[in-house]
Design a protein around this ligand. Structure first.
Ligand code: ADP
Ligand code: MG
Length: 377
């Protein structure tokens, strides 16, 4: 019979098809049991109970172990990694090509993209962040639109980030809880012109992902520049597990451009979690309905991509004014129809992205007031 070490060594040939690492390195071999008739039993721990790749592991284990001398039979069963073990695995894996640990405490990375500029990506990204925050989620906005950065203006936050004792960049915090990082925070003077070349751009974005202490986050929203240029590719290389949220206006032309962008995103392994239609028809105070940018493009795009249409955000002056004044409309006037539409989209996004960060801290203790002072007579 082989030794346990020999079986373990053989099991290194079994590679998790999604994580691209072997099950020994991933810590997924729970137990190896030897029975006296040359029968070896292996228990493999999966990340989720309904893991569809069970048979892949079963065949891989059988093939690897049965090749060893003295083995007459191989059997496999499965259990599930505990929450702690999964956390350890996440730390070990890091994110994409980032070093281990970077963004490990981020539940969902959502890239907000569109085919072209001016469709309201940044408006949606900031308001969506505010809506997720209002729903009790921890959120951050990363402004990856390094040419047309607008997150600072729309969140009403400007300044220089502090560096922590661990030599990490601390995001600025808008409206009491929305973390944000933008290239603007690092410019020497406002409106300084920057010309980015590919490698520099790659480095800047990489640094935002690696060197910023994002902390525990349910959602990191990345406001992409228009189109599917170098930035999207850079991000895709760094963050293969991130998801893409497409913003489009209702007219057919915009929706076609958005479709092309979505196709590119798919090619770079970014999955698409939904579509938001912006600048949708609105009803004027006199009750008349106006469809300035046409109708139905969001639904068509969503159908074509086979993803949910998370919301239709009407064209609304208040949304623009609030953004210009640094206050997401979702926070300033939650009852406004545009704010409502974005909050609705946020709830849809929460439903579509169930993975959240494990809460490591216990909830705060209720405030205990001291013994009441004796009442004055
Ligand atoms: N639904 C909307 N109603 C009214 N104005 C909007 C709406 N969405 C965006 N805007 C305005 O349109 C302009 C472009 O939006 P922005 O979010 O900067 O687009 P992008 O980031 O796609 O370039 C901004 O002035 C913004 O305030
Ligand atoms: Mg923008």
């Amino acid at each position: 019979m082989p030794t346990e070490d020999q079986v373990t060594e053989a099991l290194r040939a079994v590679v998790d098809p999604e994580l691209h690492k072997d099950i020994v390195e991933l810590g997924m071999v729970r137990e190896i049991v030897f029975h006296d008739d040359g029968h070896v039993h292996v228990t493999v721990s999966l990340t989720t109970p309904g893991c569809p790749i069970r048979s892949h592991f079963e065949q891989g284990v059988a093939k690897a172990v049965s090749a060893l001398d003295g083995v007459s039979r191989v059997s496999t069963d499965f259990d599930v990694l505990s929450a702690d073990e999964k956390e350890g695995l996440k730390q070990k894996l890091g994110r994409g090509n980032l070093p281990a640990g970077a963004l490990a405490q981020v539940g969902n990375v959502i890239c907000v993209g569109s085919g072209k500029g001016g469709v309201g990506k940044s408006t949606i990204a900031t308001n969506l962040a505010a809506a997720l925050w209002a729903e009790g989620k921890s959120v951050a906005c990363l402004d990856a639109d390094v040419w047309g950065y607008s997150i600072p203006r729309m969140l009403g936050i400007h300044g220089k980030p502090k560096i922590s004792d661990q030599r990490k960049i601390m995001p600025l915090i808008a409206h009491g809880g929305i973390r944000a990082i933008s290239i603007e925070f690092f410019l020497e003077e406002q409106d300084q012109a920057i010309t980015w070349r590919g490698p520099m751009l790659h480095k800047a974005i990489r640094q935002f992902l690696e060197d910023v202490d994002w902390g525990e986050l349910d959602y990191l929203l990345i406001d992409l520049p228009p189109g599917t240029g170098a930035v999207s590719m850079t991000l895709a290389q760094l963050l293969p597990q991130s998801q893409f949220l497409m913003v489009t206006t209702p007219q057919p032309a915009a929706q076609k451009v958005a479709k092309r962008a979505a196709d590119t995103a798919k090619r770079y392994d970014l999955s698409i979690c939904g579509v938001i239609e912006n600048m949708s028809p609105f009803t004027a105070p006199d009750g008349q309905r106006h469809a300035i940018f046409g109708e139905g493009g969001g639904q068509e795009l969503a159908d074509e991509l086979d993803v949910p249409l998370l919301g239709k955000v009407p064209l609304q002056e208040e949304l623009r004014v609030a953004a210009d004044e640094g206050q997401p409309l979702v926070l300033r006037d939650p009852d406004d129809p545009a704010a409502q539409a974005i909050s609705h989209a946020a709830r849809g996004l929460i439903a579509a992205t169930p993975e959240t960060v494990p809460i490591l801290q216990a909830p705060p203790e209720p405030v205990v007031t001291g013994t009441p002072l004796p009442m004055a007579p």
